[in-house]
Design a protein around this ligand. Structure first.
Ligand code: HAS
Length: 549
């Protein structure tokens, strides 16, 4: 891809990994604080570290990395960016970076210890919300740049199917833009006036609902780029084609339709929403599981097709033919394996009654570490291993590949230990997000930690292994960025793996974005219009504190 587009993608990756370093360090502090092995100095507090950990990893690392991947892939599949696209994308990068810096400074200054979900009644400095607003505006500028690039390509290639990577990018960006409408509404109309003192109160239930309208599709904004690597990159790495072009496109469409009208499944225990609406959104949540099951089917089919093409026989003989020694593949496979319990846990969370058991416990923390923390993060690691050398024109030497295997293995072991402990402790009743690691000496609480796996030590050992793995990754990234020797001959260049995808059976209908966005908006109105109107109409005066905690 063009040198200037490489530079843009590399800047995005660079910022992503700076956030990764600080964020993982805060994670390490986290497990030791909960273990009572670490007393923070007076100027730091538990919620400050927890906020930094969540914001830097879940919001900042993911977003910058995703844009790096999408920018590189769009330039690769649709051609070099024109001057306008480049301008918007660079502007987007800097506005996002300025917003990130503002929000991070406020967290470090102790003025925004409101956790990565930042909803009311917790209140941060107005500058924190302003930082978040700039962050969103920046990502929109980058999104419009990439969408503009797509439209320009379409105009030049009338009647042709867009490449699968570009199609999936458009779906992901549409999802992001529509999702952000909720958080923009609450930040602009509720938090900013409240935090800067123009209003005394805030409608808590409304702000939480607008947040979760954004918060759930946010997790699919993280997931879809990982799926892009699974659908488009993985088949090439294992030497085969995309299993079904139309299935892949349709699964992304289903995410556009069903990612939004489901936010209430994060609010099932809140009193201000009628059960009817909660139940409706629970049903719709089960619809959003379908594209993931389609993905699982498609991945197994791809593995089997490739394994059999390489001579694998019998029921499972083909598994042996897969390229296990290629760290780009083994990391993707482990990422997918983690999504089996991760997704199953999601189904438990989304079940109306079972949610009572797990809500606000460490179970939820375990859940998101084996969804965004492993399937998504490990897929991004796999992409890192080829994308950085591809962009820098450097080698990915054997000794770094070996380290990458250790890194992936240690991440998997660390996450397995930590998240198993978190799931079990959560089932026993241990709450999440509490600075009181000993639960104020409560005897029955102390018993939760007597299990072999359900104890703070397992969590701390897991967390420490994870930090070791994270530092290994940073070492590999730094080498691939600056140290590794430049490739001398073109044939040795690290490739951008994009699998062939047969569009001969793909319906044109799938590329009719207007229809899909229209249906998505209709579903949003159906699931949200009345309950939100109810919240606005019945908001008690001085509604701060409306929610019981
Ligand atoms: Fe979740 C809470 C429900 C998926 C992230 N989720 C969270 C939070 C985060 C998060 C960050 O209904 C915490 C928010 C907070 O701080 O309060 N989640 C779901 C459901 C799904 C789901 C139904 N979550 C994700 C993904 C995330 C993510 C993906 C990040 C990327 N989640 C919830 C609910 C809550 C929640 C409630 C609120 C709980 C509460 O009370 O607070 C579904 O999308 C899951 C579908 C997935 C499957 C798995 C199928 C996979 C298979 C294997 C894949 C294998 C493949 C083939 C592809 C049904 C079958 C590979 C082949 C091999 C051989 C390996």
């Amino acid at each position: 891809i063009a040198v200037k587009d490489r530079k843009l993608a590399l800047w995005n990756i660079g910022i992503a990994y700076i956030a990764f370093i600080i964020g993982t360090f805060c994670g390490l502090l986290q497990v030791f604080i909960r273990n009572d092995a670490l007393q923070l100095p007076k100027f730091l507090d538990y919620y400050q570290i927890l906020t930094a950990h969540g914001v830097l990893l879940a919001l900042i690392f993911t977003t910058f990395f995703i844009f790096a991947f999408l920018i590189a892939g769009m330039s690769k599949t649709l051609g070099a960016f024109g001057p306008k696209v480049s301008l918007f994308a660079w502007l987007g990068l800097w506005v996002t970076a300025i917003g990130t810096t503002m929000a991070t400074v406020m967290i470090i200054a102790g003025k925004a210890s409101v956790l990565y979900t930042f909803y009311a009644p917790l209140k941060a400095s107005g500058w924190y919300y302003l930082g978040l607003a700039l962050f969103i505006i920046g990502t929109w500028l980058s999104s419009f740049a990439l969408l503009g690039h797509f439209v320009a390509w379409k105009k030049k290639n009338k009647g042709k199917f867009s490449p699968l990577f570009a199609y999936m990018t458009v779906a992901t960006l549409l999802l992001w833009i529509i999702a952000c409408l909720g958080v923009v509404a609450t930040v602009v109309f509720q938090y900013l006036p409240w935090a800067f003192g123009f209003t005394d109160t805030i409608n808590v239930e409304l702000s939480r609902s607008l947040f979760w309208y954004f918060g759930h599709p946010l997790v699919y904004f993280w997931l879809l780029p990982a799926y892009m690597a699974w659908y488009v990159v993985m088949p090439k790495i294992i030497g085969t084609k995309v299993f079904s072009d139309s299935l892949a496109r349709f699964s992304f469409i289903l995410f556009i339709l069903f990612s939004f009208p489901v936010g209430f499944h994060h609010q099932l225990t809140e009193p201000g929403i009628d059960s009817f609406w909660k139940f409706l959104q629970v049903v719709l949540t089960f619809m959003v599981i379908i594209p993931t099951l389609m993905t699982a089917f498609s991945m197994f089919a791809t593995f089997e097709t490739s394994g059999r093409e390489k001579g694998g026989t019998g029921l499972f003989g083909w598994l042996r033919k897969l390229p296990w020694k290629d760290v780009r593949f083994s990391s993707l496979f482990i990422a997918m394996l983690f999504f089996i319990p991760g997704g199953a846990g999601g189904i438990i969370n989304a079940s109306f009654q079972l949610n009572e058991l797990v809500h606000n416990t460490l179970w939820v923390v375990g859940h998101f570490h084996i969804t965004v923390g492993t399937p998504v993060a490990m897929t991004f690691m796999s992409v890192t291993f080829w994308l950085i050398p591809y962009l820098t024109g450097r080698e990915f030497p054997k000794h770094l590949q070996k380290l990458a295997h250790i890194q992936i293995g240690s991440w998997a072991i660390g996450m397995l230990l930590m998240s198993t402990a978190q799931h079990l402790l959560g089932l026993l009743g241990a709450p999440r997000r509490t600075a009181y690691s000993g639960y104020n000496g409560n005897e029955s609480a102390a018993e939760w930690f007597h299990g072999i796996l359900s104890n703070h030590v397992t969590m701390a050992v897991g967390g420490t292994i994870l930090f070791f793995s994270a530092m290994l990754l940073v070492y590999i990234v730094a080498n691939l960025m600056f140290v590794s020797p430049k490739v001398q001959e073109e044939k040795n260049l690290v490739e951008f793996p994009i699998a062939e995808s047969d569009t001969s059976h793909t319906s044109k209908f799938l590329e009719n974005w207007g229809i899909w966005v229209g249906i998505a908006l209709a579903l949003i109105v159906m699931a949200y219009a009345l309950p939100l109107a109810d919240m606005i109409q019945h908001a008690p005066p001085g509604s701060r504190g409306f929610i019981t905690w």
